[in-house]
Design a protein around this ligand. Sequence first.
Ligand code: ZN
Length: 244
Amino acid sequence: MRYLILSDIHANIDALEAVLAAAPPWDRALVLGDLVGYGGAPNAVIDRVRGLDPMAVIRGNHDKAACGLDDGSNFNQVARFAAAWTYQQLGPEYREYLRQLPQGPTEIDEQLEICHGAPFDEDHYIFDAMDAHRSLQTATRPVCLFGHTHLPVVFRAVDGEVEGAIGLPGTSARLGPERAMLNPGSVGQPRDGLRDAAYAVLDLEPDASTFEFRRVSYDIDRTQRLMREAELPVRLVERLAYGR
Ligand code: ZN
């Protein structure tokens, strides 16, 4: 089974369209949360995601804030502004769609589960080996996919230690019997210093699975223009160009 892995699209329709145009053939899509928030096209992104008929979509912290499930009080000022802006933009049925999204982790099959932040807490950020260690222990499946940090990475449990590696564009992580946590990076707001949209393709086989970290460029100028017209915070507009 080949899965298209999308995370942290953040209402960036141009980035999402570029990913879908560039992705190699896949069977089912998995969406790891934060469909909206920050970007200028929340309704269009939800429509496009629903049209993919994903096998699973889980909610992220920005999805909760944008539909009123969370008051965004733990957000910084620009994120809170964007959440309020998004709430205003969303049609009632789009808010309802976000409200009914399940909380991760969600088990996909015997090998695979997905979460937004961490398997033990949907809002927790996995940045380092210590967080990854706790996650590898609490995950119920050998392969656990996560998002939330916007950083492509793989963590593996090897002989009781956690090994971490950045998911460089175009590289593949081979998945063996050891447990692994993988983050595809963010479609709509990369933060690893590379501006291209990030996603992954997971080829899940019983013996030889691979997780390919992929990037694709998109029309950032157009995206930024639409965000400026929508009067979204300048900081959110500018960071797209730097991938930060
Ligand atoms: Zn996010």
